[in-house]
Design a binder for this molecule. Sequence first.
Ligand code: RIB
Length: 297
Amino acid sequence: MKILNFGSCNIDYVYLLDHIVVPGETEMGDKLEIFSGGKGLNQSVATARAGASVYHAGCIGLDGDMLLDVMSKSGVDTSLIKRVDSKNGHAIIQVSAKGENSIFLYPGSNAMVTREYVDSVLEHFDRGDILLLQNEISEIEYIVERAYDVGMSIILNPSPINETIDKIDFNMLEHLILNEVEASAITGLDEPEKCIDCLCERYPRLKVMLTLGADGCVFSDGKVKHYHPTFKVKTVDTTAAGDTFTGYFAAELSRGKDIPTVLKIASMASAIAVSRMGAAPSIPEFTEVYERLEKGE
Ligand code: RIB
């Protein structure tokens, strides 16, 4: 079984500030750091660092060499990535003294995924292979439809949430991994429990993985629910915490681990990421995750 992650690659410009700038305000930043990021790249790196083999597909711009480098060094197969004649996608990220973040995205190369390219990538995959997908590239509706035709098992992380997600037929998905804000936007409901029940009722074959920030996470297959609390750490930067969770979730699932074990490992990986600065650089290797779990931290 192969894992394909069709997703974005961004250059993250991270500005450290006292607080997130509000409309009409001007604030002096303390520091600028430049990291590799993008939900797609982060999730591929997390899947690879979790020890699974993963192919990344997506478009890299003229200034995106550092992104290819990070993925290759992390063990991601980059052979299906397309080079495009455009500026790479990037993110302007504010991180407050409390570790909260606010993100502005410029799509750039990520908006250059075409149907022809999607077809050429999916030729390399078969029934039963896993497709991981987020919402930062063009043609995600088409990717879901074609991957479903191939018989791939689709994991969608509908992030960032916007009207593109409404066009996707969730009956084609195997897993939906989302946070409370996304669940609320999709269902129109407020309480997390109601959101997860609503999604499972609407889409009977869908398995839903809902992350609850400081309150942990809950998984439901429509019959049984599994909960896991958050591992307590000092928050430095929450960027890519969800991506780390998703990448580890996909990797552990592909190895056939049971859901309680998958949740425990993904929660620890994500807690470690929160305790560090940056997106991809904050994602731990599985040896670190397993050691921390053994120590019972
Ligand atoms: O999920 C975090 C990511 O969101 C950042 O790396 C940034 O690039 C945005 O895509």
